[in-house]
Design a protein around this ligand. Structure first.
Ligand code: F6P
Length: 553
């Protein structure tokens, strides 16, 4: 690994070559790039598993791609990737291995972690998966009985961040594969309204709480889990002994689980080498596994693994995560793109972009490099987006005619999910027609001449002209299956990895979330007890005083 020893990114000749190339490209337009290169649409594609990526509508030439690959080579992305897969401690600020890829390794694989608690991690991964499978089947079949002997009808997952976004996203994405007799709800916000709504209509005797927290110290999760426990016990009129049948924990922290009152025989463990935002294919996916069943869950893991293998072995020209990562770097630093839109044309992917926000922004929202030196290049973009076609009627105006460069990923599927009525399934072509049309309109726009040729009055022409030249990558898959979801998630995980490796930031820590947590703990007594809080700035102190007055305190 050369992370500490390498040159600063902006001093690398490969970076400087890209800067010169950008100048040479000038105001290049996708219309010209396509006109000059008839083979472009076919050549600028890559396949991985069931995913087909068309990146031809990006502002790149063969030369750009060559220079970007040279940059990746100089930054030793492949070296860091191999170190990650080998279990080296590449999360240097936390001195941890980064091994989410071990969560989907086959049973016979050997992946050794260095140091204390090290050794081959694969047997433990499969032991937990096997225990999860037995438990999930017991719940699904009704064999798992609650305190009063009744089967579970609702699972409430309590977690936040990676312990919520992943399973919640995947549950939505794979709705078509879920057992519709079992309801799964997700509670994350410390706003009591979240739990209040999730508990509506529930019978405690038929409710299972899955408390998901890597650290088991996260204030939101512990607060909600405590309130849920009290709701359960008072609803059942039972003592602490009822907890065992209604609460399970997903965590790395057995001691805290026990202190909370959950029997550790009802705990499904994972390990410090799994980052929260990379964890929904670990025990953190238990609620999802209960919903879709162990077989489907394993199909999803196979999908992840397909892309892991591709990332590890595909040559740079055909390496999909590498390409996506490099394109993002190109736009961020050489087109001043500040954000990246992810636009899935699937109702079931309604939470996909929110999930990616944590994956990408918590990983690469950094402004010092691995050595702690300030970076002078753009790092992670603002990731945003919602499913098409809804976004088209909301913010696409800005995508088409605004002043900003916003690269976008358009994600779609050839077939609708199973279970729709023939009439509902027939709507799929219209959905996909919109995806393809948006990619075309964004790239090629509509020239003034074309607008005039339609007989539009001259003063209207500027308003109705579309500059185009707005880059998109289209990701097309056959169908949104568990395996394809795993492939998509792994694709973005590794894209984020590539970018962090080139930017030379530690993509696996998240120190930036700490300060707010500490301050919230400090401010709370000021709200509740009117306590004097040292160090409150004048604005915050005034807000606290106003809040207390409004609460009549
Ligand atoms: O606050 C950020 C964070 O640490 C995330 O990285 C993590 O996914 C989330 O909180 C929840 O943490 P935990 O699973 O330990 O409750």
């Amino acid at each position: 690994m050369n992370a500490e020893g390498r040159d600063r990114l902006d001093r690398m000749p490969q970076w400087q070559a890209l800067a010169r190339h950008r100048e040479e490209l000038g105001e290049v337009h996708l219309r010209d790039l396509f006109a000059d290169d008839p083979g472009r649409a076919e050549r600028y594609t890559v396949r991985v598993g069931d995913l087909y990526l068309d990146y031809s509508k990006n502002l790149v030439t063969d030369e750009t791609l060559r220079l970007l690959r040279e940059l990746a080579e100089a930054a030793d992305v492949a070296g860091l990737r191999d170190a990650m897969f080998r279990g080296e401690r590449i999360n240097n600020t936390e001195d941890r291995a980064v091994l989410h890829t071990a969560l989907r390794a086959p049973r016979e694989a050997v992946i050794e972690v260095e140091g204390e608690g090290g050794g081959n991690v694969v047997p433990a991964v499969h032991a937990v998966l096997d225990r999860m499978s037995v438990f999930a089947e017991a719940v699904r079949s009704g064999r798992w009985a609650g305190h009063t002997g009744r089967p579970v009808r609702t699972v409430v997952n309590i977690g936040i961040g990676g312990s919520d976004l992943g399973p919640a996203m995947a549950y939505e994405a794979l709705r078509a594969y879920t057992d519709r007799d079992l309801d799964v709800r997700f509670v994350s916000n410390v706003d009591g309204a979240d739990l209040h709504e999730a508990l509506q209509g529930l019978d405690p005797a038929e409710t299972l709480f899955v408390v998901a927290s890597k650290t088991f110290t996260t204030i939101e999760t512990i607060t909600n889990a405590t309130t849920a426990k009290n709701w359960l016990l008072s609803g059942l009129g039972a003592g602490k002994e009822a907890v065992a049948k209604h609460f399970v924990a997903l965590s790395t922290n057995a001691r805290a689980v026990e202190e909370f009152g959950i029997d550790t025989t009802n705990m499904f463990e994972f390990w410090d080498w799994v980052g929260g935002r990379y964890s929904y294919d670990s025990a953190i996916g238990l609620s999802l596994m209960i919903a879709i069943g162990p077989d489907r869950f394993r199909e999803m893991l196979d999908g992840f693994r397909t892309v892991d293998e591709h990332f590890r072995t595909a040559p740079p020209e055909d390496n999909a995560p590498l390409l996506l990562g490099l394109l993002g770097i190109w736009y961020g630093s050489f087109f001043d793109a500040q954000s990246h839109a992810v636009l899935p044309y699937s109702h079931y992917l309604s939470k996909f972009t929110a999930y990616l926000q944590q994956l990408d922004m918590e990983s690469n929202g950094k402004s010092v490099d691995r050595r702690g030196e300030p970076v002078s290049w753009q790092t992670g973009p603002v990731v945003w987006g919602t499913p098409g076609t809804n976004g088209q009627h909301a913010y696409f105006q800005l995508l088409h005619q605004g002043t900003k460069t916003i690269p976008a990923d358009l994600i779609g599927f050839a077939r609708p999910v199973p279970g729709l009525s023939p009439e509902q399934a027939a709507q799929h072509d219209l959905l996909m027609a919109n995806l393809f049309a948006q990619g075309q309109a964004l790239a090629f726009g509509k020239t003034e001449e074309e607008v005039r040729a339609e007989g539009v009055a001259e003063e209207q022409v500027p308003h109705r002209t579309f500059r185009g030249n707005r880059p998109t990558t289209t990701i097309l898959a056959s169908e949104l299956t568990p395996s394809v979801l795993g492939q998509l998630v792994a694709l973005y995980e590794h894209k984020v990895f590539v970018q962090g490796a080139v930017w030379n930031v530690d993509s696996f820590d998240q120190w930036g979330v700490e300060l707010g947590k500490v301050l919230a703990k400090r401010v709370e007594p000021a709200l509740t007890e009117g306590a004097e809080v040292a160090g409150l700035d004048a604005s915050t102190a005034a807000l606290v005083a106003r809040y207390r007055a409004l609460r009549g305190r």
